[in-house]
Design a protein around this ligand. Structure first.
Ligand SMILES: [Zn+2]
Length: 458
């Protein structure tokens, strides 16, 4: 009897704590659903800064905006971490079909594109539908050609079509150059049917000289397909000017809600502050910056046991900020409780990939219960990564949590001139914020050890 009583006494605080955490997590969720911070941050960023490519004057203003915003929202230890990054600056661009039926084309140069020679370049189209069809061509066989890769992108909720097709843009330039092509045009990795092309980064081949590379709007890619189908050679004239800058200063902007009991145990979340130049970076990735900032504030402002850190990464689109952050914080990774980046637009979260082996933990259950009414399910797959800016931390051993958003509409907007604030639904932003805030609250107010859970998992 005495043993049973002692056992009950030992258990009681844990059960009571779990109950409290479930209730307080639901309360944070409800506060987040009614909170306007994420919307106000996004409205401020897109109105007062707008497009902010790494290396641009706007990015310098965005850095100062980030510092001021984090301070105004009550974050501590607000500071800037500088690192060298690559930049690519767009110049004048035009393209037209010269024969057989002269027509103008809607294009947008890709990040790392080379410029065309003065006066432009003209070449015959070599059309491919798939990446494999292009890579099946022997070396040198496309000498002087303008390669057009025209595969269309299906709409998916889980972004799997972007996963499958983004290499058309990222790797197509190098594959075309290796075969002697003079230039590369890719159908925009887009689910939309407007005449706005979608840019993005590409990679140049090592060895052959860099070549001009641009995205075609979806209707223009189809126009070229129809002309090629008629059988006679199709020729395109291209004029692209740009500047590649090897190293410019870039910045990760950081703020913390410092933990009251275990300040050195840190949860690292954020979005990327840089954007492409065509739109105003509302869905990519102003939304991620806004949601994680608001969620950290909501979860931390009434005191959390662990520290919640927000990072506004400063050079995601050309791949530099995650590497810089991981290098600067490699000695701290062992103290990182869990890390995640929000970088998939402003659609609602519908699934969460938990750190491996953690689903049964009381704090994780407090989170799962809080977000079930928001139509969030738990994936059977544990989180592997959680955004390119935390990939270096995850590779160094930091546990990751991933929130899957509905991307059905994201790729209508992503990297295009249509990435603007009016496309964001404040109710969707509030749902995202509620999911993030619930997770941050539950993880920051427990002693859940995701590394130990993962190690113990089968
Ligand atoms: Zn992004």
């Amino acid at each position: 009897m005495r043993i049973l009583l002692a056992a009950l006494l030992a258990l009681a605080p844990t059960a009571a704590h779990a109950q409290n955490l479930t209730e307080s997590t639901a309360a944070v969720r409800d506060r987040a659903l009614a909170d306007r911070t994420a919307w106000e941050v996004l409205e401020s960023l897109t109105t007062e800064i707008g497009a902010r490519p790494t290396g641009s004057p706007a990015m310098t203003r965005a850095r100062d905006w980030g510092v001021a915003k984090l301070q105004a929202l009550g974050f501590s230890n607000v500071h800037v971490e500088e690192f060298p990054a690559e930049a690519w600056v767009r110049g004048p661009e035009s393209a037209e079909i010269t024969t057989p039926y002269p027509q103008k084309l809607a294009i947008l140069g890709l990040g790392r594109s080379a410029s065309t020679p003065k006066g432009g370049l003209e070449g015959e189209v070599a059309l491919f539908t798939t990446f494999e069809q292009l890579t099946a061509q022997p070396p040198g066989s496309l000498k002087g050609k303008i390669v057009v890769l025209s595969q269309p992108m299906p709409r998916t909720q889980d972004a799997s079509s972007y996963g499958a097709l983004s290499r058309n843009r990222v790797q197509g330039t190098a594959e075309a150059a290796r075969r002697g092509a003079a230039a590369f045009l890719v159908r925009s990795i887009s689910t939309d049917d407007t005449r706005l092309p979608h840019t993005g980064s590409t990679r140049q081949a090592e060895g052959p000289a860099p070549i001009p590379a641009a995205a075609l709007s979806p209707p223009d890619a189809e126009l070229i397909e129809r002309m090629v189908a008629r059988g006679s050679p199709v020729r395109i004239r291209l004029n692209l000017a740009s500047q590649s800058l090897a190293k410019v200063p870039a910045w990760n902007v950081v703020g913390e809600m410092v933990g009251s009991e275990r300040p050195d145990e840190v949860i690292v979340v954020g979005g990327h502050l840089d954007s492409w130049d065509a739109g105003t970076g509302a869905v990519d990735d102003g939304a991620g910056v806004a949601v994680t900032t608001a969620a950290a504030k909501l979860a931390g402002q009434r005191g959390a046991r662990r520290t919640i850190r927000v990072v506004m990464w400063g050079a995601e689109e050309l791949d530099d900020s995650g590497e810089a952050y991981a290098a600067a914080h490699k000695d701290e990774v062992g103290k990182m409780v869990v890390v995640s980046e929000s970088d998939a637009g402003s659609g609602r979260i519908w699934s969460v990939r938990l750190p491996k082996g953690s689903a049964g933990h009381p704090s994780v259950q407090a989170f799962v219960q809080a977000v079930a009414p928001l139509k969030v399910i738990v994936s059977r797959e544990p989180a592997k990564g959680a955004g390119s800016d935390v990939a270096g931390l995850v590779a160094a051993g930091a546990p990751a949590v991933g929130f899957s958003q509905d991307t059905s509409r994201y790729f209508d907007l992503h990297h295009s001139a249509d990435d603007t604030l009016d496309k964001v639904d404040p109710a969707d932003l509030a749902q995202m914020t509620a999911v993030w805030a619930s997770f941050l609250h539950a993880a920051a107010n427990s002693d859940v050890d995701f590394r130990a859970l993962a190690a113990a998992a089968p």
